[in-house]
Design a binder for this molecule. Sequence first.
Ligand SMILES: C[S@@+](CC[C@H](N)C(=O)[O-])C[C@H]1O[C@@H](n2cnc3c(N)ncnc32)[C@H](O)[C@@H]1O
Length: 209
Amino acid sequence: MNLEAQPIEDSQLVERVIRIGGHQIELLHPRDSESLIDQHAFEQDELLPYWAELWPSGLQLAHALTQRRLSHMRIVELGCGLGLPSLIAAAEGAHVLATDWSAAALALLQRNAARNRVRLQTMQVSWASPRALIELAPFDLVLAADVCYERRNVALLLDLMPRLATESLLADPRRSFTDAFLEQAPRFWCAQTSEREGVAIHRLLRHRS
Ligand SMILES: C[S@@+](CC[C@H](N)C(=O)[O-])C[C@H]1O[C@@H](n2cnc3c(N)ncnc32)[C@H](O)[C@@H]1O
């Protein structure tokens, strides 16, 4: 697992103000994600600090969430990165558990939650060893934005997501491995897709067994 235990220093952070629905989120994020590359982690596991950017999928998933009633739902976000969907869901009254394998991402998300006066939980989880997370299931909803960007993610997520909830929202900028994910998904899911600003939002419902 990518431990990245060092929190980001203040001098590396900049603020972006994002308005979504009726919410205004002041999001601290690293100024330059490439400066965070850990050579050792990259050589060992090809790990890059993808968590440190707000990807279009995270932004569009956050927008899509404001179209739903989320109050009191138990929601888990996978690969949250900066965690904008988690912040919006928490601001809408959901009980949110935001997860990522990057400890630095989770530390910054807790800071952003406090900064925006919302409460959420975080948990360091790798999709390859998710037992502790599965023990907390069932959730009402799984959120995942831009997580199908590597081949190795597909089988892990296909296995994990149906174990967590009967419904998932997967936001995706049409990454090449998403097709593989969706082709195999009908074994577990029936998908509906909408589009926002070039990002597909797949609503995945687990078949009743
Ligand atoms: C492309 S980024 C997307 C971040 C965020 N969801 C967004 O849309 O802005 C992918 C995220 O997945 C996380 N991630 C990648 N592989 C993972 C794994 N095997 N287990 C847990 N998290 C992982 C990364 O740390 C990163 O935060």
